[in-house]
Ligand binder design. Structure first.
Ligand SMILES: Cc1ncc(COP(=O)(O)O)c(C=O)c1O
Length: 454
């Protein structure tokens, strides 16, 4: 599907069918993100989605950073259809043919000793499972995460999702006891005003000193993301996670990585931890597993699984291991392997990053371009030296991109005073679509910033 530029001009004119839908939404749809936003989507294929007015958009956020294989990948659609004909759902205590095969296939991709796979549906659920397993295995209860990290919106996962004064966990009472955070390893805006490598991972060292000083007992687990996506594509410096894992080991804590976004090829490797070499004791996979349907996994070792099962571990959610979602997961793994998606992400990611770096040279409002593989980020600044965030300008450029047919994820957005974009297209995106997306960004910046080069 190609982007239909002819329809751009009519973007502001909503059809009566769309207006009717918006009226209904305003009446009955809970505004979970504060508003009922446009566009209303109805179909999609690959990297393109179509709204209810027939306008096409290149989706460079893979839905919610999920469809690395592209929207409605034919193999995923076929697997879902076949499964729907056979059996959709089973009791959570049972396994299905597909759930057994998915766990076993996933284990084939993972380095030893990671091999025990607990299938669930969402990233939040898999993080809850990891936290519970860590608590039961260690006999401790504290959970250490990173300021700015994101692990989900269920109670436990949200408790270790620390987002400053606009945090999503405000308004719901106390956090899970023992929830603590260390400073963000953001070298573009170092919270300690130091420089890597001479800082010697001071953010982690100071963080763990504070945790030690405030804890009544050793925490159970540390949890982090190989690239902190919601925080604005913050890529910790090389060696950071190895260092953190050592700090965990010194204290008898488990080391857990949440690869909801980074796992299964997006970063140019099968798993994000491969680049850093710090293999986790507990691994979360989710968004990139299902090609658009909710299937996730918590993976751990035999030793940890045996221990917690002996201690009576029990976890249930109604749709864990359902044949339909597991079948989609199996199809996604096939596509990842057969179409070499990790390699594609590495090569296309470098191509896209180079193009964004060229834009940065042209437009001083682009303060930073970062990330690896096809998980990239842009930070917009009013001035490259002061690095003051260009919040309103980011909102205007994002809106202009939407008008021009480009869907972009701006986490938090102007509402939360952020000036960040996450750029994470399906790995199956074509080079032409990458070029079109970058052209639209260029055009949008020029339209919003009058002084931008013409
Ligand atoms: C790193 C990370 N962990 C966990 C989650 C939560 O996943 P879900 O929304 O599927 O519960 C997300 C979702 O954005 C995520 O990015």
């Amino acid at each position: 599907m190609k982007v239909n530029r002819k329809l751009k001009a009519g973007a502001a004119q909503l059809t009566s069918a769309t207006k009717k839908l918006l009226d209904l939404a305003n009446r009955n749809s809970f505004r979970h993100a504060g508003t009922i936003p446009l566009p209303v989507l109805k179909e999609g294929q690959g990297s393109v989605v179509v709204d209810t007015d027939g306008k096409e958009y290149i989706d460079i956020s893979s839905g919610q950073m999920a469809v690395t294989v592209g929207h409605n990948h034919p193999k995923v659609v076929e697997a879902i259809k076949k499964s729907a004909d056979k059996l959709i759902h089973i009791n959570h205590l049972l396994h299905s043919e597909e759930s057994i095969l998915l766990a076993s296939r996933l284990a084939e991709f993972l380095p030893k000793p990671l091999k025990k796979v607990l299938l669930l549906n969402t990233g939040s659920e898999a993080n809850e499972a990891g936290i519970k397993i860590a608590k039961m295995h260690t006999g401790n209860y504290g959970v250490v995460s990173i300021v700015g990290g994101y692990h989900g919106h269920t109670a436990g996962a949200l408790s270790v999702t620390f987002r400053g004064k606009n945090s999503a966990h405000r308004g719901f009472g106390p956090n899970m006891p023992g929830s603590m955070a260390i400073p963000i390893p953001n070298c573009y805006r170092c919270p300690l005003k130091l420089t890597f490598p001479s800082c010697d991972f001071a953010c982690a060292n100071v963080g763990f000193d504070l945790i030690d000083a405030q804890s009544v007992q050793t925490p159970a687990v540390f949890i982090g993301e190989p690239i902190m996506s919601s925080a604005g594509i913050i890529e910790p410096p090389q060696g950071y996670f190895e260092h953190v894992k050592n700090l965990c080991r010194e204290r008898g804590m488990l080391f857990m990585l949440d690869e909801s976004q980074t796992g299964l090829g997006r970063l140019g490797t099968m798993f994000g931890f491969e680049d850093d070499g710090a293999q986790p004791d507990l691994l979360v996979l989710s968004k990139t597993m299902g090609g658009g349907v909710p299937v996730s996994a918590l993976v751990t070792t035999d030793v940890i699984e045996n221990d917690v099962v002996d201690k009576g571990f029990f976890m249930r959610t109604s749709h864990m291991g359902d044949p339909l979602t597991a079948a989609a997961g199996l199809a996604v793994l096939d596509v990842i392997e057969n179409d070499h998606l990790a390699e594609q992400a590495r090569i296309k990611g470098q191509y896209l990053k180079n193009k964004l770096l060229q834009l940065k040279e042209m437009h001083p409002i682009i303060g930073d371009v970062r990330g690896r593989g096809l998980l990239l980020g842009i930070e917009f600044v009013k001035d490259p030296v002061s690095k003051e965030l260009a919040v309103d300008e980011t909102a205007a450029i994002t809106a202009k991109c939407l008008e021009l047919g480009l869907l972009i994820d701006a986490p938090g957005g102007a509402r939360k005073g952020q000036a960040l974009w996450r750029i994470a297209p399906p790995i199956t995106i074509s080079y032409n679509q990458i070029d079109s997306a970058v052209d639209i960004i260029d055009e949008a910046i020029k339209a919003v910033i009058p002084t931008a080069e013409r």
